[in-house]
Design a protein around this ligand. Structure first.
Ligand code: GLA
Length: 699
């Protein structure tokens, strides 16, 4: 049984790890232990006695509370901050009882405020096989007057004391997403957040905490990721007592939630884990987690074509058919029409909101194009941006009040568009109806769901205006979730002007995400490398393009995009016969290895910034096949070798790589380095296969 009740509290054991909690004398929940699973049950320590420090820091200030509230002599960052109807702002939660549901591997602890009718359930759910623990809270009002929540984070967790920690996180901006940062945690509070209504291009709602000596393959790390796509916050507090406490949840900036009598607030889940095999070990647990979330985890992703970078808004039935003809010849399986197809849309100045085909461009609707694409043996996909409206649209003229706004302020446009208020049920219903019609009237296998700006003038005329941020995201999830359930075969892509909404929350609705509008291959290499720290390759959509880098070898460009779910976004009408033939071969090669790439385990190699090298390999789920990619981006260094070993194979099976003329054991591949001397923009792809003649070779 993974949830163990012991004399000191509860021990949550996953396949390799353990998390032990207990109650303080005041009946508050605190951490006892987090790390590798220990051999004996009595190895798990009781809660240490936390002594106070002078009158300024009582014992409660230094106790590693699991869900601290703002109250008493405790001045570290709380998870919960409330205001009761009488103006009291302290919350004192004491333990009432624990509920263990074994079949669900769930431990729920109930806490009640000792004066007010506020109840909090702190929930732990074990994903034991992947060594991850899900945590969230449900906050209930059992009284008859509203209670205001001013912060309602999902969880707090504590790193083992006395360690030195670095925080690994991801920053960026539009066109420049997925930059990895690794910073020592300074004393004080480090805050990462988004105030934009989406998870954002700028910070990502996930982080890893590692010792300075932890590498890709060795050492311990602790990680957390939030299942939420709206404004969020992570606080990492390195205290004056040399402890580190980290909390995460819906952003409390411009946040208030009026918890009505009888109502409850469920915070989004945060998933935490510990790994002792380096960052790669943490990544594999995070990948397993994300694979459980996506709507179609087993389905191999088709190779797609999208003409956005080639045509921008200039799409019509004739020109799209021409792209489709060539795409089919290349071996593309899914033809996606991007922006520009709907009513009045010839630039970004008009049309958003009017989700029906533009009569000038598609006089007979989408059917003639869809039929053409299907006759070529491809599926059809379509771009939409449902949350947005251009002031120049029929929808806006009919419902100007549907856009987020303050009656007394000008409406800020960005890319000439406003944001529909998805917190409103009537807006949600309208989108569900409109998009359901689009999807039932047309044979659409794939939807690219875009969002090209952030929320401003977030007005809301409910009793608590600040609820709008939360309600917007709930509304988005309702719309997308309803469509996903009504049209279960559709594959969805989440895009937000590139990677503005590529998070675990959205991956419950979308199978894949768009990493960045920057498709230049040497910029993509680090972005993909970093994205793959958190998310699996079947969720990573990558196109081969030519927006000024057509001089780079086609093979290099393809290889970069073959490290995820391959797409082509180049102007293929300009490709000559030789380029088309090369592309056809590369797409065929990808199809032969995509099960390894998309469904396999990813092993990243330490990049070599001096030589411009990147490498990664994918090992199939059954460990019988492996695809190794090595790249050299531009580097002025002359000759510069790079060494690669191939980890993760079955140690005793024998694997051959025909193109290298090498055959050796899995242990051999892991320990005998391969040397690469590549030129700038040169890349290699090798496939290793276990040799089988009735029995895998034993050494
Ligand atoms: C965003 C997306 C692009 C493209 C355009 C269309 O920028 O990231 O891929 O779809 O919108 O307007």
């Amino acid at each position: 049984m993974p949830i163990i009740v012991d004399p000191h509290g509860y021990v949550l054991e996953t396949a390799h790890h353990a998390y032990a909690i207990g109650l303080t004398p005041e009946k508050e929940l605190a951490l006892r232990y987090w790390g590798p699973k220990l051999p004996h049950r009595d190895d798990y320590p009781p809660l240490p006695r936390h002594e106070g420090w002078a009158s300024f820091n009582g014992a409660e200030h230094v106790t590693p509370h699991e869900y601290p509230t703002y109250r008493g002599n405790k001045f570290t960052e709380p998870c919960l901050k409330t205001t009761f109807a009488d103006g009291v702002r302290d919350t004192w939660l004491t333990f009432q009882r624990a509920i263990i549901v074994d079949e669900e591997d769930t431990l729920t602890l109930r806490f009640d405020d000792d004066h007010y009718p506020l109840r909090v359930y702190v929930v732990y759910r074990l994903l034991a096989d992947i060594d991850v623990i899900e945590r969230y809270v449900e906050i209930q009002n059992h009284g008859d007057t509203p209670i205001t929540l001013e912060r309602a984070f999902s969880a707090m967790w504590h790193l083992p004391p006395a360690g030195r920690y670095e925080m690994i996180h991801f920053t960026g901006r539009w066109f420049d997403e997925w930059q990895m940062q690794r910073d020592p945690l300074p004393r004080g509070i480090t805050r990462l957040d988004s105030k934009r209504g989406t998870s954002s291009h700028h910070h990502h709602p996930a982080a890893l905490f590692a010792h300075p000596h932890t590498t890709e393959t060795h050492g311990e790390c602790w990680f957390a990721t939030l299942e939420y796509s709206g404004s969020w916050a992570l606080l990492a507090e390195h205290t004056d007592f040399d402890t580190v406490r980290v909390s995460m949840g819906v952003n409390d900036w411009d946040f208030a939630h009026r918890l009505e009598a009888g109502a409850s607030f469920i915070a989004p889940s945060v998933f935490v884990g510990y790994a002792d095999g380096g960052l790669q070990d943490a990544s594999q647990r995070l990948h397993a987690l994300a694979r459980r979330k996506v709507p179609h985890p087993q389905q191999l992703r088709p190779v797609l074509y999208n003409s956005w970078e080639a045509t921008a808004f200039h799409v019509d039935v004739q020109s799209q058919k021409r792209y489709a003809d060539i795409a089919a010849e290349l071996g593309v399986e899914l033809f996606v029409m991007d922006d520009g197809w709907f009513h009045g849309r010839s630039s970004d100045a008009a049309g958003l909101g009017d989700w029906f085909p533009d009569p000038k461009k598609f006089p007979d609707g989408l059917k003639p194009l869809i039929d053409h694409v299907k006759a070529l043996g491809m599926q059809f996909g379509l771009w939409i941006e449902p949350e947005m409206v251009n002031p120049d649209s029929d929808l806006y003229r009919a419902h100007p009040d549907w856009a987020l706004h303050y009656p007394t302020r000008a409406r800020t446009t960005a890319r000439n568009q406003l944001v529909l208020n998805l917190a409103r049920p009537d807006v949600q219903d309208y989108l569900i109806d409109t998009l359901s019609r689009l999807l039932s009237e047309n044979d659409i296998a794939f939807i690219k769901w875009d969002m090209n700006r952030n929320l401003t003038e977030a007005g809301w005329d409910g009793p608590e205006p600040k609820e709008v941020w939360w309600r917007y995201v709930e509304g988005l999830y309702r719309v997308w979730g309803t469509l996903r359930d009504r049209f279960p075969r559709v594959i969805w892509q989440s895009c937000s002007g590139g990677g503005g909404r590529a998070d675990l929350g959205i991956l419950r609705f979308a199978d894949q995400v768009w990493l960045s509008d920057n498709t230049e291959p040497t910029r993509r290499l680090p972005m993909q490398h970093h994205y793959l720290m958190l998310y699996p390759p079947n969720t990573l959509e990558a196109w081969v393009t030519d927006m000024g880098w057509e001089q780079m070898p086609l093979t290099f460009r393809f290889h970069v995009s073959m490290c995820g779910s391959l797409g082509v976004g180049a102007n293929i009408t300009r490709w000559d016969d030789a380029q088309q033939a090369a592309a056809r071969d590369l797409i065929a090669q990808y199809k032969a290895i995509r099960h390894i790439v998309q469904q396999g385990r990813v092993y990243r190699h330490e990049p070599d910034p001096r030589g411009g090298y990147y490498a990664l390999h994918f090992v199939s789920a059954d460990q019988r096949e492996c695809a190794l990619f090595v790249f050299r981006a531009y580097s002025p260094e002359p000759a510069h070798p790079y060494y690669v070993t191939v980890r993760g194979l079955l140690p005793e099976a024998r694997y051959g790589a025909a193109a290298l003329g090498i055959s050796r054991s899995g242990t051999g591949w892991a320990h005998v380095p391969l040397r690469f001397d590549l030129q700038p923009f040169e890349s290699r792809l090798y496939v290793l296969k276990a040799e089988y003649d009735g029995e895998y070779h034993d050494f």
